[in-house]
Ligand binder design. Structure first.
Ligand code: AMP
Ligand code: ZN
Length: 485
């Protein structure tokens, strides 16, 4: 579809970089390719709707970059070992704790919560990453990485493991702008015995004598498990190369996890270059003023939304109405308003949908330009949604223009403007794993990919469906059938 507004030239994509604390024009090292790594979930429990905000943010960013003409290669990890009950080196591994709580095997727990997480991604129309990687599949690489750090003098050994000596890194804490002197003086942390500084962190955790853990491996530092931060450094470098363009996560990752990823990666690469140029962080969604979190019992799930009759995309719409760098508040009233707002929007675009897309004329092209300006302005989704609302209310636009605009808007927002009907927003069935309608939408997308000979995308969709229990069979003549397995 040609339009008189060219979104791939003209308005530059501007983003806020936590490293510089500035909004600047985004550029990739190797345009149009963009390497992007998003810290993924720790699969010891259900991911609540707070966690899902981090992935809706990463997905919207990726969609926006693709829409602006970049080609994003996206990697998300699955943390199935290494993350302790605190983000620092305190407590036990979250998976081991979950295994004791549920009287189950840690591996099974990881598998189940990974499957459930992927089903939620689909419900929120989050595109699957090009690469999924899980920590336990990369233990050998992590040990080799830690050996390089150890051999080049960055680490010291304690009975509890191998620790990174942060005092050796002059730049330590540059992302979080940590006041290390103040932090040391006021340290409330129960520092692992023998740690030289509170900020030093475990690269490898050696199991205590006599301790038997479900997930442990032999290493030069004894039997044990990798430190949490190590997996992200190792896997991102493995799948995106030593330096890549964007690293995302939640704001809670800034002071410890990402700070430590940077320290060990720059020590490992030892080329004097910043490891990753762009660091983007998403803010929290709160419930009654406090961060939604599983530890405080506020763990509302996407399936809970469905049980109450909300389409998951009403939640995506609610999230997009806040800028990713602002905190936002969840409530059932806010869900009602989001559903009502999305229904009004979908209503107009659905009514126009039977008319084929047309080239955009003056007024329609202006709406697209307004949308582009919003998206390009540090991913200002509240303004982008407002641009879609303005277009839906403008009676100068033809139905064909609205059909074309719905596709453009939805390429970034993914809130069903191009395919949902208002009635779809009221769910009747409770606890739908994935609706037949969602399966059909994905199959249509897969058929289009096959017709365009984009077999990578078509395989990706088949795998995505398989991960939620749908088997796709390609019949002769290009027809595909599907069934629940
Ligand atoms: P975790 O599984 O605890 O490592 O968290 C996974 C991701 O969810 C991290 O990027 C967190 O920043 C993010 N997260 C957790 N709670 C919230 C919340 N209430 N709002 C937004 N993001 C959250
Ligand atoms: Zn990470």
């Amino acid at each position: 579809m040609t339009t008189s507004h060219d979104r791939t030239a003209g308005i530059p994509m501007r983003l806020f970089n936590t490293l510089t604390r500035e909004v600047a024009d985004f550029g990739s090292a190797n345009p149009p390719e963009v390497g992007m790594y998003s810290c993924g979930p720790t699969v010891y429990a259900d991911q609540h709707i707070g966690n899902m905000r981090a992935y809706v943010f990463a997905d919207t960013l990726k969609r926006a970059l693709d829409w602006k003409g970049f080609r994003v290669r996206h990697v998300i990890n699955i943390t199935d070992v290494g993350h302790l009950t605190s983000d620092a080196d305190e407590g036990d591994d979250k998976l081991e704790v979950a295994a004791r709580r549920e009287h189950r095997n840690a591996w099974e727990i990881a598998e189940q919560y990974t499957r459930d997480f992927k089903a939620d991604l689909m419900r929120l129309r989050i595109i699957e990453p090009d690469v999924w990687c899980k920590a336990t599949d990369h233990i050998g690489e992590m040990i080799r990485f830690a050996e390089v750090l150890d051999a080049s003098g960055w680490c010291y050994r304690l009975p509890s493991g191998l620790y990174f000596d942060t005092s050796k890194d002059r730049d330590y804490g540059k992302l979080a702008r940590l006041d290390l002197a103040g932090q040391q003086a006021g340290a409330r942390v129960e520092v692992a015995a023998g740690k030289r500084s509170a900020s030093d962190f475990a690269v490898w955790r050696t199991s205590a004598p006599g301790e038997k853990r479900q997930m442990e491996w032999d290493s030069p530092w004894g039997r044990g498990a990798p430190g949490w931060h190590l997996e992200c450094s190792v896997m991102s470098i493995e799948y995106l190369g030593p330096h890549f363009d964007i690293h995302t996560g939640g704001v809670d990752h800034i002071p410890v996890h990402h700070t430590n990823e940077i320290a060990q990666s720059e020590a490992y690469l030892a080329d004097g270059l910043p490891w990753v140029r762009w660091w983007l962080h998403g803010e929290f969604i709160n419930l009654r003023g406090a961060k939604i979190s599983k530890s405080t019992g506020g763990g509302i799930l996407v399936t809970d939304l469905i049980d109450r009759g909300y389409h998951p995309l009403a939640y995506r719409y609610l999230l997009l109405q806040a800028h990713y760098r602002s905190q936002t508040e969840f409530s059932w009233d806010a869900m009602d308003s989001a559903r009502a707002g999305l229904r009004r929007l979908v209503d107009r675009f659905a009514a126009a949908r039977s008319t084929p897309a047309e080239r955009l004329g003056g007024a329609a092209a202006e709406h697209l330009a307004a949308f582009d300006r919003a998206v390009s302005d540090d991913l200002n989704t509240p303004r982008a949604v407002a641009a879609a609302v303005a277009a839906s209310r403008d009676d100068r636009l033809t139905d064909g223009e609205l059909t074309a605009l719905a596709r453009e808007f939805d390429a970034v927002l993914a809130i069903g403007l191009a395919d949902l009907s208002p009635a779809d927003l009221d769910l009747k069935r409770s606890d739908v794993a994935i609706s037949d309608e969602e399966v059909r939408t994905l199959l249509a997308e897969r058929n289009a990919a096959r017709a365009a000979r984009d077999f990578a995308r078509s395989d990706q969709i088949r795998d995505q469906l398989a991960s939620v229990g749908v088997t796709v069979e390609d019949q002769p003549g290009g027809v595909s059938t599907w069934r629940w397995t």
